[in-house]
Design a protein around this ligand. Sequence first.
Ligand SMILES: [Ca+2]
Ligand SMILES: [Ca+2]
Length: 223
Amino acid sequence: MMKRFTRVARLSVLCIFTLLFSYATAYAVPVADSVSEFSSVQGQDDWYYGYYTTPGDYSTFMQMTLFDPAGWWEESSTQPPWTVLWDTGGHPGSIHWAVRRWVSETTGTVTISGLLQDNDPVLMGGVVGRILVDGVEVFSQVVDAYPGSTYGPPSVNYSITVPVSLGAYVDFAIDANGYEGYDNTTFTATIDAAVTPVPEPATLLLLGSGLAGVAVLRRRFKN
Ligand SMILES: [Ca+2]
Ligand SMILES: [Ca+2]
């Protein structure tokens, strides 16, 4: 009797642990990459290149129409304004934020990570990198490459986790933080979707077996 008892106990514990482990193996799936998916085609891989005509107002997003063969989108073929976007970053205009927009391909939680860096070490206030989801700011950081600047660090590796819905506008904005001189900026983003495994019939069977085992044990304890 005792032998059988311990076998049931062992099996029950095994079933429950297997189940817990299968839940613990939630994983992330890459869904977007601002650098590798950069292109000269608006909308390719759900990325758009433009600027806000009114600072902070995502509804004023205007797509850039000019792609310089050298490899960047620009608001105008003559500078200023300096509003420009390339694969790894861009440059803001004096008023217009340079904005790279990703239209979400997923509903759920995403982790957005990358590098934000001021590339011009001249003291002029640096830039502000911002991320907005449907107009709501979810990240903001001043970076300034001037040695010893009090505005912010020269660069940050950022990572945020936010909920998004299919079709949401995820905007990566470069704001001049006042003056737009010396504002060459790196601002990259990889976006990973969190996937929570749905319990499969086999998993449910395991849970059932585990609970049944526990039930048997409880009965035996009572007897
Ligand atoms: Ca700078
Ligand atoms: Ca600036």
